[in-house]
Design a binder for this molecule. Structure first.
Ligand code: UGA
Length: 431
């Protein structure tokens, strides 16, 4: 596998055993044989925030060139594309048909649909097999093909793989059927909302820290309100990855094209940028001078269960520390190899274990909340360090446990002193 994604190798093996998957670089034969053709190419951001559609355009033209008049086909767009791109795909498919079949173009029938993707890296397969919803944006003829295609998933009547059993209580998957434009917009709105939600949790956490409240308890307290919901309220070093930043930029760009300035989305980007600076501020508060110190980073990937480093907070933190003359030790269970390869100029000292990273360090920063870090022997780590300072950028550890282990602990949005709770026994406990 060129990427790390839990269970993906098992899933492909299963598909290969059943003869259900081929990898081909020539589009013509599979496109000609298929009823539905999915476009799932990258749509990266350009420096202006505009989306680079060159891969989408090339795919659409080639699909058009490969079509014949043997059946009606649906060209399904899975890539995250700016609102209105469905129309562009249709034009380009037609262009491809015209180029390859001059004179016959009227007899070649197809429709374009939008079927946005909502999977998260690290749990991509579970999100695909057991989704919260399926969104289909298309006209009626395409819709019929897609309904049939998704029937097993919607009814959850397929045999669940042994390595990823169906969650208890999982039943019919809701299907949202809408227009192309609304489907494209749903994708952007979902990612923007999630990014804003995390940004909101971070804003509240920063205020909590100042007034002595515990952001995790505050988030539990608000998350139980069904209108708010508990998920995606974890304060920390902010969101990274290839989606939230890119999609907000793209939505802002679309809004600007229509003369609209989205202050809320701009603020979401700004709050997230500032959140990454917190680590440096916290280290400066504890150590005053950073030049010449050794700081250990636990985790490099933008989130656990992936080796993806795109827009990972760890990279920015490491870069800033290195600029400040800090020696940066780092350990990540999966992403070190990608980091070495993709960022050869980042002079990080890669370590074989969290213990090696902590050896003689002046501070430890938890950047990615890999499960195995939760089980670390903190007392042992503290003993290895020059100064036992722990900045927990993902609130992974229990502050009391870390303090008992000998650490000077600070999390994100958590009271500096354990005293807050005993001072006021009336504070409710976390549910
Ligand atoms: C995100 C969306 O969650 C998916 O629904 C969407 O399909 C995907 O983007 C996409 O557009 O392709 P992903 O970026 O893979 O998925 O990962 P998330 O689990 O959403 O995490 C994104 C970032 O937010 C991570 O850096 C994570 O650490 C951070 N995060 C998440 C928080 O800081 N706090 C939280 O409470 C949750």
């Amino acid at each position: 596998m060129p990427i790390y994604e839990p269970h993906l190798d098992q899933l492909l093996q299963l598909a290969a055993q059943r003869g259900g998957i081929d990898f081909i670089t020539d589009l013509a034969a599979p496109a000609a044989e298929s009823d539905a053709i999915f476009i799932a190419v990258g749509t990266p951001s350009m420096s202006t925030g505009e989306t680079n559609l060159c891969y989408l355009e090339a795919a659409a033209r080639s699909i058009g060139a490969a079509m014949d008049d043997s059946r009606f086909r649906v060209v399904v767009n899975k890539s995250t594309v700016p609102v209105g791109s469905g129309n562009l795909v249709e034009t380009l498919v037609r262009e491809g048909i015209r180029g390859a079949h001059p004179g016959n173009q009227k007899r070649i029938r197809f429709g374009v649909a939008s079927n946005p993707e909502f999977l998260r890296e690290g749990c991509a397969i579970a999100d695909s097999l057991y989704p919260d919803r399926i969104v289909l944006g298309a006209g009626e003829e395409c819709m019929q093909v897609l309904r049939e295609l998704y029937q097993l998933l919607v009814e959850q009547s397929f045999e669940a793989p042994v390595f990823l059993p169906r969650p208890a209580g999982m039943s019919r998957v809701p299907v949202v059927t809408t227009t192309l434009t609304s489907a494209e917009m749903i994708k952007y709105a979902a990612n923007a909302f999630l990014a804003v939600k995390i940004g909101f949790a971070n804003e509240i956490a920063n205020i909590c820290e100042r007034v002595g409240a515990d952001a995790l308890e505050v988030m539990s307290g608000i998350g139980l309100d069904g209108r708010i919901g508990a998920r995606f309220l974890n304060p920390g070093l902010g969101w990274g990855g290839s989606c939230f930043g890119k999609d907000i930029q793209s939505l802002l760009h679309t809004a600007r094209e229509y003369g609209y300035q989205s202050r809320m989305l701009e603020a979401a980007l700004e709050v997230n940028r500032a959140q990454r600076q917190l680590v440096i501020q916290k280290l400066q508060e504890k150590l005053f001078i950073l030049k010449g110190r050794t700081i250990a980073l636990l985790g490099l990937a933008f989130k656990p269960e992936t080796d993806d480093l795109r827009d990972a907070p760890a990279l920015q933190i490491a870069e800033r520390l290195l600029q400040m003359g800090v020696r940066v030790n780092a350990y990540d269970p999966i992403a070190m190899e990608s980091c070495r390869l993709i960022h050869p100029n980042l002079k990080i000292h890669y370590c074989e274990s969290p213990q090696e990273a902590a050896e003689e360090a002046d501070a430890l920063v938890l950047v990615t909340e890999w499960k195995q870090f939760a089980g670390l022997d903190l007392a042992d780590l503290a003993k290895r360090m020059c100064r036992a300072i722990l900045v927990d950028g993902r609130n992974l550890f229990d502050p009391e446990v870390a303090r008992r282990a000998g650490f000077d602990y600070s999390g994100i949005g958590r009271p500096q002193r354990a005293a807050a709770r005993t001072d006021n026994p009336a504070i409710p406990s976390t549910i």
